[in-house]
Design a protein around this ligand. Structure first.
Ligand code: SF4
Length: 216
């Protein structure tokens, strides 16, 4: 998508303003371009109190800001990052991922919608719709309900088919890419999944070697 990305895109002042909640730089690449192709002009809204530790949060925000300024030429608004409310409203769900992520989406998208209202936007969307690791249906449901509560129009698209392209483009640009969603629970879950995948690969290699020995 990045090749010839400006073809057939309206001039910025002819597009419809939209506030785009962004979880990180790499996940913003494709949604910004696709929304522009649809006739929207996104302004990115950063509100991610879920990202732990704070150094990781700051690294992702810096990566997003650098890409937005140097590559995408998109404005970035830094909204509230209420880490205390994340701890009291989201963290108690622990490893109940469905409940935890729903609460996490609700907190972040409520702040994005509040910011959209404050800044005069009518349309709101989120880059969370690009990652196959997110709970897509849950996130869409939360965005629809939260946008309605704030009198906004949700722009919910299935950006997931563009995730491989986002991965390639962000690597080509040398952007920092994290290997977990954001919270400490997701870091532990991702580490377990990596260990399990490594163990599976090891077992497969050993089985293949045993099968090769048996046929000699
Ligand atoms: S896995 Fe991601 S979306 Fe779910 S609670 Fe953790 S940071 Fe939030």
């Amino acid at each position: 998508m990045t090749e010839g990305m400006n073809d057939n895109i309206l001039a910025p002042d002819a597009r419809t303003p939209l506030l785009l909640h962004a979880c990180c730089g790499p996940c913003s690449i494709e949604p910004v371009e696709l929304l522009r192709r649809e006739g929207f002009e996104p302004t990115i809204c950063w509100t991610n109190p879920n990202i732990q530790p704070l150094t990781e949060h700051d690294r992702r925000l810096a990566t997003l800001r650098a890409w937005a300024a140097d590559v995408a030429h998109v404005n970035v608004v830094v909204a509230g990052d209420d880490r205390a409310t994340w701890e009291t409203g989201v963290a108690p769900h622990g490893f109940d991922r469905a409940a935890r992520c729903r609460a996490c989406y609700a907190l972040r998208l409520a702040e994005a919608c509040r910011t959209a209202r404050e800044l005069g936007f009518s349309y709101v969307s989120t880059t969370l719709a690009v990652s196959p690791y997110q709970l897509f249906e849950t996130c869409g449901d939360v965005l629809a309900k939260t946008a309605a509560a704030y009198g906004l129009t949700p722009v919910w698209r299935d950006f997931r088919p563009y995730y491989p392209e986002a991965t390639r483009a962000s690597r080509d640009l040398g952007m920092y890419r994290q290997n977990y969603c954001g919270c400490r629970f997701s870091a532990a879950e991702a580490a377990i999944e990596r260990h399990e995948a490594r163990d599976r690969r090891k077992a497969e290699r050993e089985a293949a070697r045993a099968a090769a020995r048996a046929t000699r």
